[in-house]
Design a protein around this ligand. Structure first.
Ligand code: IPE
Ligand code: IPE
Ligand code: MG
Length: 241
């Protein structure tokens, strides 16, 4: 049996600051280098047949950082959109940005909307950038929409809630990767990670590349995804099909 490539990979891109500090550089130099790792990873995923790649770029908690770091991150986001969208479009990539975008300045919101509109019908990899995103925010906003629509508690089902999550267009992640050595979820896709395979690496995000991606995929391919069943049941279903 050929081991399957995960259809959806979700990554917490962590370790930019430490990558820079180790080199006696300002933290923002790590973020700039991190943008290069995004480009490399997007292309590596597309080459390997991954259908959905979701990257945590800015959490709802990251506003707590020093104001100059936050504003540099925003500027980097704008320049990355300006520089990368044409190339993504040429490569058939569909770009989505999810999160509470209302807190971003009007210019950034407009660039995001344009980039999404330009690439909306592309057939290739769907790249989702989570910006001002929080897993709790996502569940809450889905719940608010659902209550406004349904009203009756009995109509609030898992499926109905999932349809209102900000990434309802994608299957749930198969593989979750966190770089930078920390082993936590940090309020990323709380609902959608219920059955993802978790992979943690000490590699700092700016050093993440195709080989690091292959190591994560190889680890994923060793796992048995049981979804609550027993190993024996899985063998039986494989025999039957
Ligand atoms: C991740 O790198 C990027 C963002 C959260 C925007 P960090 O900036 O968290 O890097 P470390 O964890 O301080 O090394
Ligand atoms: C998580 O990284 C958020 C992003 C990568 C965007 P953090 O570096 O902010 O996470 P904590 O604060 O260490 O949990
Ligand atoms: Mg960090």
């Amino acid at each position: 049996m050929v081991a399957a490539v995960p259809a959806h990979i979700a990554i917490i891109m962590d370790g930019n600051g430490r990558w820079a500090t180790r080199r006696y550089m300002p933290r923002v130099a790590g973020h700039a280098k991190g943008v290069e790792a995004v480009r490399t990873t997007v292309e590596a995923c597309a080459e390997r047949g991954v259908k959905y790649l979701t990257l945590f770029a800015f959490s709802s908690e990251n506003w707590r950082r020093p104001a100059d770091e936050v504003s540099l991150l925003m500027r980097l986001f704008v320049t990355a959109l300006e520089r990368e969208v044409a190339r993504m479009h040429a490569n058939g990539i569909r770009l989505k940005v999810v999160g509470d975008l209302s807190r971003f300045d009007a210019r950034l919101q407009e660039k995001i909307a344009n980039a999404m509109a330009t690439t909306a019908n592309n057939p290739g990899l769907t790249l989702t950038i989570c910006a001002n995103y929080g897993g709790r925010w996502d569940i809450l906003q889905a719940m608010q929409k659902l209550v406004a629509q349904e009203g009756a508690a009995a109509d609030i089902t898992e499926e109905a809630l999932a349809r209102h999550l900000s990434m309802a267009y994608a299957p749930e992640p198969d593989l979750f990767i966190r770089t930078g050595g920390e082993e936590r979820i940090s309020n990323f896709l709380l609902w959608q990670l219920a059955y993802a395979e978790l992979y943690f690496t000490d590699t700092y995000w700016p050093d993440f590349d195709g080989a690091a991606l292959d190591a994560a995929i190889a680890s994923y391919q060793q796992r048995e995804r049981r979804f609550g069943r027993t190993s024996e049941q899985l063998v039986e279903t494989r025999k039957a099909s």
